[in-house]
Design a protein around this ligand. Structure first.
Ligand code: HEM
Length: 479
């Protein structure tokens, strides 16, 4: 076959390659600017690591559909290897029998529709305490720190789902998780120069990651030991229907019927993946949703009208089963996911030689699907940078992985298994915030003054916390 040249890219410097083009406060935006200049496939050299950036719907489809099996693995950088516990989890695990087993456990046992429905019972409790906090704060005239509260809500729901409630040393676990996620989002020396012993020796990030991951592992091991002791003493026994996710994993460990036994280390790794996959993603989408809605009062009013008219007056905490008819709110969520995907660059690696858009992709090529660029591509979207939920009216465009111009959850074999869990939390949280309160910027600030800058990390959140004034509506029972 004739060899196609490697994809074009910006000029490089010795040793650092293309890093000088990319390093900025918001690298996904810098990379997108470069993609617009160099085309749908662009080659970067991140230190010594060549990486191809995929930034059109057609190229994304060739990766996640046509060549899905070929790209069903992750690049596996040294820091990801620490956070993925040497491939024992799911997110960073290389493609293979072990990943297949863990993914099956995740889909069939942990995040199945049945489990997500079971969690419908726990979400309202967390949402209820958030609503009570907001009512109390509003009565003093103080602002609500939406960014902080959305993260707490998201953490609270995941902690309940996994451990049945708050667990010992939860604050410390979340603090260390933050450190690990920040390090994963950055450019760590050892990841840029994986073959260099000097880089390994100098890499503060890898050592910090090791320490934080070790600390999280110790906390979970203690929780597991405690739970085992409680179950062994015959206290708090529960039926399969009442199991939280830790119970499910311990049951599978005890049954010992899996091809690869579930060790305590792999349980820690899976729980890390669920916490890291679920909490920041959901929390940041919610803070962006509230930011966009407050900047677009007509959209906010339309969403509120729909919820209030559909659900009637004087409701208490709204539950997921109340939400089936809220079509406009779903359009709002889609539009937030289009503009603010928590993971703008999805990492994959070629397991064998293949071609994308006619370019050779040798085995081992690292690629990033730039979903940020694709979902703002003017070839696919009208006024792509504007927040217009109505664009989803009367069309079938969805994020489930069938439309490659809109894949905030990825697609194919490695697609996010927490899509239903995540969107159920987004829906219940937004519905309650919009039903029970009106929202304005503090001090009568103008809508244009709201800072929408991003902070880069493994999830892209707001640079500054979103502070809003809540005006309670109706008689929510705050006791
Ligand atoms: C709510 C917003 C969320 C978004 C936008 C999101 C996005 C993503 C993306 C883009 C990927 C990579 C997909 C790919 O390579 O094709 C991913 C993977 C993953 N997500 Fe999510 N996620 C969300 C919520 C969740 C939740 C709630 C959980 C768990 C409860 C979760 C668990 C995972 C796991 C375990 C993986 C790794 C899958 C694998 O490598 O096989 N995510 N997510």
């Amino acid at each position: 076959k004739p060899h196609k040249p490697q994809p074009p890219g910006p000029w490089t410097l010795p040793i650092i390659g293309s890093l000088h083009h990319v390093i900025s406060v918001v690298p996904h935006r810098k990379i997108t600017e470069l993609c617009r200049r160099h085309g749908p496939l662009m080659l970067l050299k991140l230190g010594e690591v060549p990486a191809v950036i995929v930034s059109s719907a057609e190229a994304a489809a060739q990766v996640m559909k046509t060549n899905d099996l070929t790209f069903a693995t992750r690049p596996g950088t040294p820091t990801q290897d620490i956070a993925g516990c040497g491939g024992r989890g799911i997110i960073f695990a290389p493609y293979g029998d072990h990943w297949r087993q863990m993914r099956k456990v995740c889909i069939v046992e942990l995040l199945s529709a049945k489990q997500v429905r079971r969690m419908d019972g726990i979400r309202p409790a967390e949402v209820g305490s958030l609503l009570r906090y907001i009512v109390a704060t509003a009565s003093t005239g103080a602002t609500v720190n939406i960014s902080e509260k959305m993260m707490e809500l998201s953490n609270g729901i995941v902690a309940r789902a996994v451990f049945g409630g708050k667990f010992a040393e939860q604050e410390e676990y979340i603090r260390e998780l933050d450190v690990v996620l920040t390090l994963l989002g950055g450019f760590c020396l050892v990841d840029l120069f994986p073959s260099s012993r000097l880089a390994r020796w100098l890499s503060f990030g890898a050592r910090r990651m090791q320490r934080s991951y070790g600390c999280m592992q110790r906390i979970i091991e203690n929780v597991i030991e405690e739970r085992k002791a409680v179950r062994a003493a015959g206290e708090g026994t529960c039926s399969v229907d009442e199991e939280d996710l830790l119970d499910v994993l311990l049951r599978l460990q005890k049954e010992d019927s899996l091809a690869f036994p579930l060790t305590t280390e792999s349980i820690c790794a899976v729980l890390f993946d669920i916490f890291s996959g679920a909490t920041d993603t959901t929390g940041t989408i919610l803070e962006w949703a509230m930011s966009e809605l407050v900047r677009h009062p007509k959209t906010m009013a339309r969403a509120q009208l729909e919820i209030r008219q559909t659900l009637g007056q004087d409701r208490d905490v709204i539950t997921n089963s109340d939400l089936t008819e809220l079509t406009y709110m779903r359009m709002v969520i889609k539009e937030v996911l289009r503009l603010h995907q928590p993971a703008p660059l999805i990492p994959r690696m070629a397991r064998e030689d293949c071609q994308i858009l006619g370019y050779d992709m040798p085995k081992g090529t690292t690629i990033f699907i730039n979903v940020f660029a694709v979902s703002r591509d003017p070839k696919c979207w009208k006024s792509p940078d504007e927040f217009v939920p109505e664009r989803f009216e009367n069309n079938s465009m969805d994020y489930i992985g069938a439309h490659y111009e809109f894949t905030p959850f990825g697609a194919g074999r490695r697609q996010c298994p927490g899509m239903l869990f995540g969107t159920s939390t987004l829906e219940i949280a937004l519905a309650n915030l919009l039903y029970h309160f009106d929202w304005v910027l503090p001090g009568g600030a103008s809508l244009e003054s709201l800072d929408m800058s991003e902070k880069f990390g493994i999830t892209v959140g707001r640079k500054t916390d979103l502070q809003l004034i809540a005006i309670p509506r109706g008689q929510f029972n705050a006791t």
